[in-house]
Design a protein. Structure first.
Lengths: 115, 111
């Protein structure tokens, strides 16, 4: 079956602009996660959804970052007033349930570059 | 909070050499432990996992044992191939929600 997909694969924007990054999880997976991976680092947790609700958003760096999952499937990560420090690869993952024993399957990521 | 620390790279080995990449963890509970791999130009893929103490995860000739007494989950392979060249990430997942990753170890295998 299809894996996790993310669009766009690359996004270049100017400082101060607004961007939206989309994630399409594996069908039937109730848990969805967003991570950010800076160059040479491991992924860093941002937010996780169980169904439509954000169960844990403790990793969002500030209030410029927001994510939604209105129908419990596709999710959008929204970044307002982008800054150069937001440049990174944004990864989405999904798992069947949020249990720690369940495998998280990752998408290919969206590379965001803020000029 | 819960975290993992993994061996810094890069690691360069000759084909058929033995591989160990060290990973230790800090956790208040009993997390699940994972190794993910990122091949050049590809996304993160699960390599193996272990969900409780003394479990051994294995895949593609790689193994790691969940050792509670030493809080470790070292990755090993008896004979590496050029195709194993990639970045390897150790990770832990607390009872649920987010995954905590190490910084990654880049492995290069030369023919």
């Amino acid at each position: 079956g299809a894996g996790v997909s993310q669009t766009p694969s690359n996004k270049v924007t100017e400082k101060g602009k607004y961007v939206e990054l989309r994630c399409d999880p594996i069908s039937g997976h109730t848990a969805l996660y967003w991570y950010r991976q800076s160059l040479g680092q491991g992924p860093e947790f941002l937010i996780y959804f169980q169904g439509t609700g954000a169960a844990d958003d403790s990793g969002l760096p500030n209030d410029r970052f927001f994510a939604v999952r209105p129908e419990g499937s596709v999710s959008t990560l929204k970044i307002q007033r982008t800054e150069r420090g937001d440049s990174a690869v944004y990864l989405c993952a999904s798992s069947l349930t949020p249990r720690g024993t369940d495998t998280q399957y990752f998408g290919p990521g969206t590379r965001l570059t803020v000029l | 909070g819960d975290s993992v620390t993994q061996m810094e790279g890069p690691v360069t080995l000759s084909e058929e050499a033995f591989l160990t990449i060290n990973c230790t963890y800090t956790a208040t509970g009993y997390p699940s432990l994972f190794w993910y791999v990122q091949y050049p130009g590809e996304g993160l893929q699960l390599l193996l996992k272990a969900t409780k103490a003394d479990d051994k995860g294995g895949n593609k000739g790689f193994e790691a044992t969940y050792r509670k007494e030493t809080t470790s989950f070292h990755l090993e392979k008896g004979s590496v191939q050029v195709s194993d060249s990639a970045v390897y990430f150790c990770a832990l997942s607390p009872n649920n929600n987010d995954m905590r990753f190490g910084a990654g170890t880049r492995l290069t295998v030369k023919p």
